[in-house]
Each structure stands twice: as structure tokens, then as C-alpha cells.
Write a protein that binds this ligand. Structure first.
Ligand SMILES: [Zn+2]
Length: 328
């Protein structure tokens, strides 16, 4: 639950908070005084120290306020907002970051081995993440507009009214994938049932889940290239409990819409529902609500130049789906 709601660093801190064995009310306490009581003197000192530490640029406050309100207004999970906000303040543990808790002697980016790993580099300008930003209609400015840091990039996206929500999701996916790779060998575990697609084809995995007790359903989609790099992922929470097969078919439809919006044209759509995959392959749709969802899937499939359907054994997509277990 904690892992789903917060970025990894915060989740670790939260899990370290000792919990009382008996049920108690949550209380807020101030962590920087011994008795936990806040006073404005300590508050001021904390803010000042934090400002000194982070050495934020001297941008006009109004412009900053516009940036922060745009970031908090994004229609993305809270975790993604937090992530973007941190990246803007250089407060995420890239190799270059001042907030790292362990000392790193080599700040070079592990992907390209050529530049210092700042947030801007890791998420945007590193040549190795080019494939993520390859959609030229959306991100063509990547090749001709240069930015001093990640915050400048996000401010520019806000000012130019670019697709900030999608940008945030993709940046988050890049960071998530980086951490998976760094945390070897656990990344192998994730790929047991996952076979890479051939060159220049991406694999779209989808999954649906029904929560009868809470009367809701969830959808998860992960799009990966032939190297297993996550190009995008999305989750959806629906306030109704559908049948297991219906939610799988709805997940397939969502997956195709999502992937086509990422600009993908050649893909394999893979899921663990044999009923759904078989119906799609055989183009044999039942005359019930499931059938009409499958007809939708077929319609969305026409957005692709090449689309194959594939059945897989159940894969645990939870690692990629931070929101799969969160209520709407
Ligand atoms: Zn790099």
C-alpha cells in the first residue's frame, strides 16, 4: 500500500515509522524538536535550512507559483506529481543530486556513460532515452530547444501548453525503469513470463482486476520495447465490479488506445485472459456486453499498422502499476 502511494525513497521512510500495536488516532508531530511540538521559531529555521541546502534558482516567485500549480493540477497519480516536483527541485537521488544519502564517487549516467546524471539528463536529454521521446509530433522540440535544468523544461512545457500529463507519466516511467535496472537482480524476476518482441515492435501487456468487496475494478497497461524498457504505463480505477472477462476486455481496449496515443504502430497485445485473446484472434465475439467491448478492441486495433495478439501466463504487473491497489 505504502509502496503504491509514494515514491520509493518516501515509502522507505514511511515504513520505518514505528506503529503502535493498539489502534490509535493518527497525529501530526513536528520531527525537528525532541518533544514533537512545533513552534514558529523552529519552523522558520527548518525552512531556511532547506532553502540553503537546495540552492534553488532565483526565478521570480510568480513564475514558480504558476509552475507548481500546473504540476499539482496534472491529472496523474499523486506519486507522479511528487516525482515531477522533486525532479524540478533537483531533490531526487540521481547520481548528481545533493540529496543522496549515500556518497557516489562516479556521477556519470549509467545508461550512456558520457554525462553527469542530473534529472534533466536522466529523464530527458540522455541519448539512451531517446526512444521514449521518439514521437516527433509531440516532442519534436527535444532536438532544438535546450534547457538548463529539469525545472526549466517543465516550466517551458507549461508555458507552451504541451502535454504535461503525458510527459510526467513518461518521465516517471523512465525513472522507474532506471531503478529496476539498478536494483538487479530483482529485475530478472519480473521478466520470467515476459518475452521481448522483435526489433521495432513493442509489446503491450494489459491486465484487469475485480474487487468485489469494494465494488470496483482496475485496469493496468505496460508498454515495453524489445529491451524491456518501459515506454509508458497507465492504470485506471473503475467504480464498478465488472466480470473478470469483461474487465480483461476493457483493459485490452484501454491498452490499445493508450499505446496508439503514445504513437505506437507496430505491436503485440498480450494478456492472460484466454477467453479475450482467443476471441480477438478468431474474431468470434459473443452477443453479450463482452462481445461489444471486444468489437471496440477490434476497432482500436485498426489504429495500428501491425498488431498481433498473444496469450501469456499471468504476469505480476504490480511493479509497474503503482496505483493498481489504490481506491479511486
Ligand atoms: Zn545518459
Amino acid at each position: 500500500m505504502v509502496d503504491g502511494l509514494f515514491v520509493e525513497e518516501d515509502a522507505e521512510l514511511i515504513k520505518k515509522i514505528p506503529l503502535s500495536k493498539k489502534v490509535t488516532e493518527d497525529v501530526l508531530f513536528w520531527p525537528f524538536t525532541s518533544n514533537g511540538v512545533y513552534s514558529s521559531k523552529f519552523g522558520y529555521r527548518f525552512l531556511k535550512e532547506e532553502a540553503d541546502q537546495l540552492d534553488t534558482s532565483k526565478a521570480p516567485p510568480l513564475q514558480d507559483r504558476n509552475l507548481w500549480s500546473a504540476v499539482w493540477a496534472m491529472r496523474v497519480p499523486q506519486k507522479v506529481k511528487n516525482f515531477i516536483w522533486r525532479a524540478c527541485r533537483n531533490a531526487m537521488p540521481t547520481k548528481q543530486s545533493p540529496v543522496r544519502r549515500t556518497i557516489i564517487t562516479d556521477p556519470t549516467c549509467d545508461r550512456c556513460r558520457s554525462e553527469t546524471e542530473s534529472p534533466l539528463h536522466a529523464l530527458w536529454s540522455c541519448p539512451e532515452v531517446e526512444i521514449v521521446w521518439v514521437d516527433l509530433t509531440l516532442w519534436d522540440f527535444r532536438s532544438h530547444v535546450s534547457f538548463g535544468d529539469f525545472k526549466q523544461l517543465v516550466s517551458w512545457l507549461v508555458e507552451e501548453d504541451k502535454q504535461l500529463d503525458l510527459f510526467a507519466f513518461m518521465a516517471w516511467s523512465i525513472w522507474h525503469q532506471r531503478n529496476l535496472v539498478q536494483a538487479e537482480p530483482s529485475s530478472h524476476r519480473l521478466q520470467i513470463n515476459w518475452l521481448p518482441p522483435s526489433m521495432n515492435v513493442v509489446k503491450i501487456n494489459f491486465d484487469g482486476a475485480v474487487f468485489l468487496k469494494e465494488n470496483r475494478s482496475g485496469i493496468g497497461v505496460v508498454v515495453r520495447d524489445e529491451n524491456g524498457l518501459v515506454l509508458g504505463s497507465c492504470t485506471k480505477s473503475l467504480s464498478q465490479a465488472y466480470s473478470a472477462t469483461e474487465i480483461e476486455a476493457m483493459a485490452a481496449a484501454t491498452a490499445l488506445v493508450f499505446a496508439s496515443e503514445l504513437g505506437i504502430r507496430r505491436a503485440i497485445l498480450e494478456g492472460d485472459s484466454i477467453v479475450v485473446i482467443k476471441a480477438l484472434i478468431e474474431e468470434d465475439y459473443p452477443l453479450n456486453p463482452l462481445g461489444s467491448i471486444l468489437e471496440d478492441v477490434k476497432m482500436f486495433a485498426q489504429r495500428f499498422d501491425t498488431l498481433l495478439f498473444s496469450h501469456t501466463k499471468r504476469e505480476d504487473l504490480n511493479e509497474y502499476m503503482p496505483l493498481a491497489n489504490v481506491s479511486p
